[in-house]
Design a protein around this ligand. Structure first.
Ligand SMILES: [Zn+2]
Length: 397
């Protein structure tokens, strides 16, 4: 292809606009499968409803001239051929399973937006250089089977296919049985599928965009995470007879540390996060001074270096609190997920497009480690959002 035609083609693509109404109609039609009375969706992974959802999405893909490949963990890849099919495809997608009280847009928007892009290219007869694919990943939500982000996890070799197959729901039914039952065990080896570049459009799963009055969040990466268990050991004693000066109150010391977790996050803006979400007080009795308190700590930030600084801060705080109180305090790192910056060219592509189309936007970190990919949009009132770009698929919760 000569340069002139190439330029023309580029201009033609830049002037394309998707059909928003058609996308909306597809979103509403898919949301009818598993619709809940309050306007949400309950379509748990690998249920009959999930099969109906998958069947509908695959039908839409085939109607748009795409071929559908299912891999052994039930991930779907819907492909539109390019001019050079030896190139690895440009992939977009998300998930269509939902939480028990899920919304219409979480995940579904990312998959159907991809199909709408293909429909738009078809309408205008645009041929792309590399093939395009729209992916849906099995059990991203993890409400029925653990681990969460299962399909993308197997694809990215975070764990094995056998491990995923063996997972069971509360009624003892396994992923393998349920995949077979709904007819979505494919033949392709997970991960065998090449991916050139991956973008994911997702509704925001936090309040930041609304708070900043922006439409698009250009996600620059997934935050690094460290999880800890912290245990403060004091001495149980009766609340009445024990004078204040003679107490070893584990909860009083623990609450100071909990405040410190939040303070540390505030000292490392803008992406620092500090959360205590789980507390166990022993013996948990109204008139007994707590003898032992165990609580969780979740620290996050945009780079591993920043997470390490927060790590040093919490350890120093533990040491200080132990010295001051005379109580034994242990802090144990239980999980660590490194920060994952997305490829800068992909991030810039999302920012450029938002700018060009006149959508207000801002850089954003993905606080949740979810799904496969850079960007958010505040399109829809739902509990989640992201548009992400990266070279390969998924990561950690
Ligand atoms: Zn989602």
């Amino acid at each position: 292809m000569d340069i002139v035609t190439d330029r023309k083609n580029k201009a033609a693509i830049e002037n394309l606009r998707i059909d928003g109404e058609r996308l909306w109609d597809s979103l509403m039609e898919l949301a009818r499968i598993g619709a809940t009375p309050k306007g949400g969706v309950c379509r748990l992974t690998l249920t009959d409803l999930d099969r109906q959802g998958r069947d509908l999405v695959c039908k839409w893909a085939r109607d748009a001239g795409m071929t559908v490949t299912i891999d052994k963990i039930g991930n779907g890849f819907m492909r539109r051929a390019g001019r050079n099919n030896a190139l690895a495809p440009i992939v977009t997608g998300s998930h269509i399973d939902t939480q028990p009280t899920g919304g219409k847009f979480d995940g579904n928007y990312g998959v159907l937006a991809g199909i709408e892009v293909v429909r738009t290219l078809n309408d205008h007869g645009v041929e792309t250089e590399a093939p395009l694919e729209v992916a849906f990943w099995t059990n991203e939500e993890g409400s029925r089977f653990v681990p969460v982000m299962m399909g993308s996890g197997v694809f990215a070799k975070a764990f094995t296919l056998e491990h995923a197959y063996a997972a069971t729901d509360t009624e003892g039914r396994s992923v393998k049985e349920e995949l077979a039952r709904i007819g979505y065990v494919g033949t392709e080896e997970p991960g065998a599928h090449p991916i050139g570049t991956y973008f994911e459009t997702h509704i925001e799963q936090g309040p930041v965009l609304e708070d900043n009055d922006k439409t698009i969040g250009v996600v620059t990466g997934v935050l690094g995470i460290k999880w800890y268990d912290c245990t403060v050991t004091g001495m149980e004693a009766h609340a009445g007879p024990t004078p204040m000066a003679l107490r070893k109150d584990a909860l009083q010391v623990a609450t100071k540390l909990m405040q410190e977790v939040v303070a540390i996050a505030h000292r490392h803006p803008p992406h620092g996060r500090g959360t205590v979400g789980m507390v166990q007080v022993h013996p948990n009795s109204r008139n007994v001074i707590p003898g032992r308190v165990k609580f969780s700590i979740d620290l996050r930030n945009a780079t591993d270096a920043l997470v390490d600084r927060m790590d040093a801060d919490i350890r120093a705080a533990v040491e200080r609190a132990s010295k001051e109180s005379g109580l034994a305090i242990s802090i144990e790192l239980v999980s660590h997920y490194p920060a994952q910056p997305f490829h800068p060219e992909c991030v810039q592509a999302v920012a450029r497009a938002a700018e060009k189309l006149g959508y207000s936007n801002m850089p954003a970190g993905s606080g949740a480690g979810r799904h496969a990919g850079a960007g958010r949009s505040r399109l829809a009132p739902d509990p989640g959002s992201r548009t992400r770009a990266r070279r390969r698929a998924p990561r950690a919760e």
